[in-house]
Each structure stands twice: as structure tokens, then as C-alpha cells.
Design a protein around this ligand. Structure first.
Ligand SMILES: Cc1cc2nc3c(=O)[nH]c(=O)nc-3n(C[C@H](O)[C@H](O)[C@H](O)COP(=O)(O)OP(=O)(O)OC[C@H]3O[C@@H](n4cnc5c(N)ncnc54)[C@H](O)[C@@H]3O)c2cc1C
Length: 431
């Protein structure tokens, strides 16, 4: 852990100018940028190989970045403006970084991937670039303590005026460095080596941590009616409500499950849901199963349906609007079955069912866990770092990537943040 306590250990040998903890996207980029700026860099990774999580990104294709950028694509706990960071290492800089090294990219409606459509390309390219820059790579060693020594402390050479970090790993090895970059990720994807270790180091060096919560993850509900639609994938718009307030919305392919809802639109609203649930709020997801229908057209459709012959089952009366299982779900929530005759229902009942197809409300009771989440919401507030992502509490300590309280939408935004923050922290630490 990062502690400023006095110890009997005398630090003499400097293993590296800059030690980077964690060889994910942000750590590799930080190591590259520090080495390019002339620093002697040590990169320490707990896994047996670097970039373990990168291999899993974008369903194995690695959605590296997105050509559409706006401030709405990111959440920060303190509402901080990320544009100064992206001005220093933009999407274009990121693309140029890879293309200038022979890694061709291609985009699908703004979502950018390596031309090979293989995430392994990025992982292998990082390895090649790091070795080319003579970065010392240590794998299979989990850092379990960082001792920060500031000038004037016992055991500190009189002529030294800079902070010195002593790093210990679970393997029993010790390293020293003038600067440390914490780049060990958040808590999402513990199966890739991220267990939240960085928060402990940050706290012990004077930082706070906003509660880490899973994001880009499915939402759970205890609504028993959901079972009726389990397995359906359909185009829909999902709006998240906290009490009466609509917090956010997204459209696309929604996946219905027995225990809740999933799919990209659900992922996009999941960080807000996790925060609202954490705050003890009532959270509802309102699903529009016909989002493409303009209001006027829908009104005509409702009018027409209400004039139709009702001497048929409800499944026939509502035929052709939505997947039959979605109709079953809507009916089940009203205590009805598709086999019931429409004659038994009045205009208000039938209009109510049609309205539900456009705005079905499901109570959200939880989110998937960190092993299911793609990213962590929460972490060390950006306000506790300077514009180079150096700690305002412990000089010489830098932070990058998911451990900071920044999370992006699904679509390449999180890797872009990891690369941008890694680049900036590496450059700053190399000074
Ligand atoms: C399945 C999945 C798919 C995703 N797909 C995409 C996508 O397509 N596009 C996108 O933009 N984002 C995607 N993301 C999110 C993105 O991968 C992360 O936000 C990003 O990789 C975070 O980078 P990082 O460097 O901060 O942390 P990580 O990539 O998590 O890397 C941290 C590294 O630090 C190491 N480490 C941790 N603690 C220690 C320690 N004590 N000592 C030594 N090493 C340590 C870990 O082993 C790990 O290798 C996806 C995430 C997941 C889980």
C-alpha cells in the first residue's frame, strides 16, 4: 500500500525512472508515452501476460475508439470537463498512433476497430512497441505494497530532492522508482486481473474513492412476468426513470431475460441505474417496443385497431405489432392471457394494452456484478489529480484509466479514455 511511514529500508538502487502498475490499455499506453519521452520504464503486471482484458474487448474485435465524441459520452462523478484531456490525446491522435505503426483500422458507422477485427492485434502491437522502446516488462507479479518516501525522511539520501517509491510484489520482489503510475484498472472484469487494488494504493496516498459500481451491465428485476418474454431480442427504446424523473434513454436491440433486461441500450443506461439504486431510489425502466413509429402514425394505428372485429383471441387482435412473447409479457402484467377473447375487453382496456407496448414499466431491482460488467463507475475523483493526472496529494504518483472516476458509453469510449489518460500520465511522469 502507498504509505508515507518511516521504514528501516534504505533505498539506493533506482530500478526505473517510472514504474507503471498494470499492463492493461492505460498502463501499456502510459509506459509507451513515458518511454517515448525518454524515461527508463518498468511495467509490472499481475497476469502472466500483458493486455489480458484487451483480448476480450469488442467481442474479441476490440472497439478501440469512436469517431463521434461529445461530453454526453462520458460520466464523471464530479461532472469534470474531459475536453482538455482529449485535446491532448484525441481520437485522431489515437488513430494516428496505431496507423503510424502499421496497425490499420477501419470503422463501422463511427465505431473503430483494428482492420484485422482481432483484439489480439492491439495486444501484440503493444508488446512489440514496448519491447522496441526497451520497457522492462515484469509479468506474473501482483504489486501488493507501494511505500512512498518523501525528501527529508530517514533513509533518504541527503542530496535527493525527489519522492522515491518502493514497490513490493506478492512474488517477494522489490523495485524502486522515482515516479509511479497506477494503471491497474477498476473492479470490472476481476477474471482479467482487476480486483480494485489501485483504490487501496490511492487511499493510502491521501485520495478518496467514490464508490465503485458496475456499469455497462445488464439490469435485474423481480417482475415475474418477464419470464414470458425470456430470450427475445427486439428493437426498443429504454428510458430510465428515477421516481418521476427520466434520467437517460437509449435505443437499439434489447435482450429480454427471465431476470431482467440486457443489450447495448440497457448497458448505456446501467451506470445511472446503479447510482440511483445505490442511493436507495426507486428505479424503473420504461420500454417502448415500437420506437420507430411516429406519434401520428401510432394514433391512427390505435384508432384502427379499436374499430376492428373483437371476436378473436387477444393474440390475433394485437397481431403484427410486436414479438408474440412481448405481447405475452404485456398481457401477463395485466393478468391476461393471449388466448382470451378480445370481446371481453372494453376500449379502455385495449387502448391500455396498446399503450403498454409503447411504454411498459419494469421495476429495476439490481444490476449485474463486476464480473459481468464491462467498466467501473466511480473511483478516484479527477479533481484530486492535476492536468497531467499527477496526484494532488502525493507528488510523483500518477493515475490513469478505469481507476479514475470516469466511465464512458459502450462503443470504444472506455478504451479511448484508457489510452488518452495513459498517454498523458506517461508523458507527465517522464518529465
Ligand atoms: C468483456 C469486456 C469488453 C470490453 N469491450 C470494450 C470495447 O470494445 N471498447 C471499449 O472502449 N471498452 C471496452 N471494455 C472496457 C475497457 O476494456 C476498459 O475500460 C479498459 O480496458 C480499462 O483499461 P485500464 O488500463 O484502466 O484497466 P485494465 O484494462 O483493466 O487493466 C488493468 C491491468 O492491471 C493489472 N493489475 C491490477 N492490479 C494489479 C496489481 N496490484 N499489480 C499488478 N498488476 C495489476 C490487471 O491484471 C490488468 O491487466 C470492455 C471491457 C470488458 C470487461
Amino acid at each position: 500500500m502507498v504509505s508515507k511511514k518511516k521504514s528501516a529500508v534504505t533505498h539506493t538502487a533506482i530500478t526505473a525512472d517510472v514504474a507503471v502498475i498494470g499492463a492493461g490499455a492505460s498502463g501499456c499506453m502510459a509506459a509507451v508515452s513515458a518511454a517515448m519521452a525518454g524515461a527508463d520504464v518498468l511495467l509490472i503486471e499481475a497476469n502472466d501476460k500483458i493486455c489480458r482484458k484487451i483480448y476480450a474487448t469488442g467481442n474479441g474485435r476490440c472497439n478501440l475508439m469512436n469517431l463521434f465524441m461529445s461530453k454526453e459520452c462520458y460520466h464523471t462523478g464530479g461532472g469534470e470537463d474531459l475536453s482538455p484531456f482529449f485535446a491532448r490525446f484525441s481520437v485522431q491522435d489515437h488513430m494516428a498512433f496505431w496507423e503510424s505503426r502499421g496497425i490499420r483500422l477501419h470503422d463501422r458507422q463511427g465505431y473503430v476497430y483494428p482492420r484485422t477485427d482481432q483484439a489480439s492485434t492491439i495486444a501484440e502491437a503493444f508488446e512489440k512497441i514496448l519491447r522496441g522502446l526497451s520497457v522492462k516488462i515484469v509479468t506474473g507479479e501482483r504489486v501488493n505494497a507501494i511505500d512512498c518516501r518523501v525528501p527529508g525522511m530517514e533513509g533518504f539520501a541527503a542530496q535527493d530532492r525527489h519522492t522515491l517509491f518502493k514497490i513490493e510484489t506478492a512474488a517477494g520482489n522489490r523495485y524502486t522508482a522515482r515516479k509511479v503510475i497506477l494503471a491497474g484498472g477498476g473492479m470490472a472484469g476481476p477474471q482479467y486481473g482487476c480486483g480494485g487494488d489501485m483504490y487501496g494504493f490511492a487511499v493510502q496516498s491521501g485520495h478518496t474513492v467514490r464508490k465503485p459500481l458496475p456499469a455497462l451491465v445488464q439490469l435485474f428485476s423481480d417482475d415475474k412476468a418477464l419470464k414470458a418474454a425470456s430470450g427475445v431480442r427486439c428493437g426498443a427504446k429504454v428510458t430510465l426513470y428515477c421516481g418521476k424523473e427520466a434520467l437517460c434513454a437509449d435505443s437499439g436491440e434489447v435482450q429480454m431475460t427471465e431476470k431482467g433486461i440486457s443489450g447495448i441500450p440497457v448497458f448505456q443506461i446501467s451506470a445511472a441505474a446503479a447510482k440511483a439504486l445505490e442511493a436507495g431510489e426507486q428505479v424503473l425502466a420504461e420500454i417502448d417496443f415500437l420506437p420507430e413509429l411516429p406519434e401520428e402514425e401510432w394514433e391512427r394505428e390505435v384508432e384502427r385497431r379499436l374499430q376492428e372485429d373483437r371476436n378473436c383471441m387477444l393474440s390475433v387482435f394485437f397481431l403484427g405489432l410486436v414479438n408474440r412473447k412481448i405481447l405475452d409479457l404485456v398481457l401477463r402484467k395485466r393478468g391476461l392471457q393471449a388466448e382470451k377473447k378480445a370481446t371481453g375487453l372494453n376500449d379502455a382496456d385495449l387502448a391500455g394494452i396498446l399503450a403498454d407496448l409503447r411504454a411498459l414499466r419494469i421495476k429495476i431491482t439490481g444490476t449485474g456484478n463486476f464480473a459481468q460488467a464491462q467498466v467501473t463507475s466511480g473511483g478516484v475523483p479527477l479533481s484530486e489529480t492535476d492536468e497531467e493526472l499527477q496526484s494532488r496529494r502525493t507528488p510523483g504518483l500518477y493515475m490513469a484509466g478505469e481507476m479514475l472516476d470516469v466511465d464512458g458509453l459502450c462503443g470504444g469510449y472506455n478504451l479511448q479514455w484508457a489510452m488518452t489518460s495513459g498517454w498523458i500520465a506517461g508523458k507527465g511522469a517522464a518529465k
